[in-house]
Design a protein. Structure first.
Length: 156
């Protein structure tokens, strides 16, 4: 488990550093088609909002639950530590924005959505976990089929 925690922490620290640096750097650039700095005081793409204390508590609890669950799953080999690190760090970096600035700094225009590197890290972490879980399930199903077809008792 210690190796899993170290790997996730290293990826997480790099993710938070890159996200926070990109948010600071983009403030120095003029707004363009793909880079448009703004602040988002609401939850998830602006579809929900709550008071600041409620948001901070909910985000903190969600991050803690994701970290504990993800690290345990990673230690068992169920999901990669990198995916857990990206997921937790992306969420933590946005929480850091909320704590320090009362809002999340977004700047990447992707269609009708404006996001940041932390959002992309969360998405990459979720995809990594989902991919790993789907492949694990598929391997288990294929393993069960191959055992049935090679088992002489199943020929009866």
């Amino acid at each position: 488990m210690a190796g899993t925690i170290r790997a996730a922490a290293l990826i997480g620290a790099c993710t938070i550093a890159a996200d926070q640096a990109s948010k600071a750097a983009v403030q120095l650039l003029p707004a363009t088609g793909i880079l448009h700095p703004l602040v988002n005081p609401e939850f998830t793409l602006g579809v929900a909002s709550a008071s600041r204390p409620v948001m901070l508590i909910l985000m903190g609890l969600g991050i803690a639950a994701a970290a504990v669950t993800g690290l345990r799953a990673s230690a068992r080999g169920v999901v990669p530590a990198a995916a857990v690190g990206l997921l937790v760090a992306g969420a933590a970096s946005n929480l850091l924005d909320r704590v320090l600035l009362d809002a999340v700094r977004d700047f990447l225009v992707i269609g009708t959505i404006v996001a940041n590197l932390a959002d992309l890290a969360v998405l990459a972490g979720l995809i990594g976990c989902a991919w790993s879980l789907l492949n694990r399930r598929r391997r288990a199903q294929l393993g069960g089929q191959s055992r049935r077809t090679t088992n002489p008792a199943s020929a009866n």
